[in-house]
Design a protein around this ligand. Sequence first.
Ligand code: NAP
Ligand code: G4F
Length: 334
Amino acid sequence: KAFITGINGQDGSYLAEYLLEKDYDVYGIVRRNSVAEHQESRINHLDGLVTTEYGDLLDVSSLERMIRTIKPDEIYNIAAQSHVKISFQIPEYTSDVNALGPLRLLEIIRHYKRKKIKFYQASSSEMFGKSKPPQNESTIFQPRSVYAISKIFAFNSVVHYREAYGIHASNGILFNHESPRRGNSFVTKKIVESIAQIKSGKIKSFKLGNLDAERDWGYAPEYVEAMWLMLQQEEPSDLVIATGETHSVREFIERAFKIAGYKIYWEGNGLDEVGKCSESNEVLVSIDPYYFRPTEVDTLHGNASKAEKILGWKAKTKFNELVKIMMEFELKKN
Ligand code: NAP
Ligand code: G4F
């Protein structure tokens, strides 16, 4: 039996599918949404296959009730206020959910002695912050946002509960991973969705922030396999999961436009920089400082060789293929 927090998120939905294929009984908590169809929008197709109840990382009684009634073998804590930029606006809420949420779960496991529950925590490459690339398990954390700080608190809680109480608790330090199910306020999904809307004539252009940030972007369905593998190991551990390839936001834009049949060129500098269509010379992309962050993580580039050695896991879908999957999905939708 598996209990997934954040089951309606990008990763939670893929993880639920993955565990169902492995014959798990899958349970999860969902949050009430004022628009009913948003509430389980990514897992509607799993209706009748997974069991969901209302719950929240801020509501200990809901977590305790779920764990005591389900008696899960594995808990995957995937839920979070997962948007880095938004954490600058709601730092206290972000910390309550992302830092204290996992602590609440670990406390429940600690006091629930009936059987050994294995625990997975969704840690993040964002914790590395300004540490120089490539980053691996020995790289120090130099956070650049409250999101990252909250994830470091959770990371350390996992290590502490493992050492102090012998809990089988592991941190997956996942680098950015995307898919057609990615939320559309994250840069990759925003780019492909906007390009498809340009192509179908719904919009003329779109605005972005820092085009020079570099990320190690992988494919989400492959990353949930690494989560499961970590809990199948005799010894819990903390592992980096990444592709080992890094590309800029700018490269992502160029590649996505190319797949959609456009060639673009860049003109101007700083806030005045624009991406124009080579054929029509019309502006397709411009800069809006609203999307800048007070502090930025410039480059993330993961070294996942430890995960390869311990789990036998290696990223298969690299940058070009990922952009293709995401762009083609949007083009078909529009
Ligand atoms: P996501 O799509 O934003 O999903 C997050 C899920 O958490 C959503 O289902 C959300 O519920 C739920 N949630 C938020 N606050 C909650 C609360 N207080 N109580 C219960 N559930 C709550 O994020 P994701 O991309 O799948 O990421 C999954 C996890 O991995 C997150 O912890 C994220 O921080 C971490 N992570 C992600 C990446 C990445 O590149 N994707 C990389 C490293 C780490 P609603 O559906 O109601 O909004
Ligand atoms: O897509 P992003 O918002 O992802 P970010 O900040 O790297 O965070 C994601 O990955 C983390 C793992 O490293 C996760 F822990 C976290 O939960 C989340 O999944 O932004 C990527 C880059 C940033 O440098 C940002 O400044 O894109 C830049 N960017 C440029 N224009 C933009 C935009 N980001 C967003 N969201 N929107 C823009 O318009």
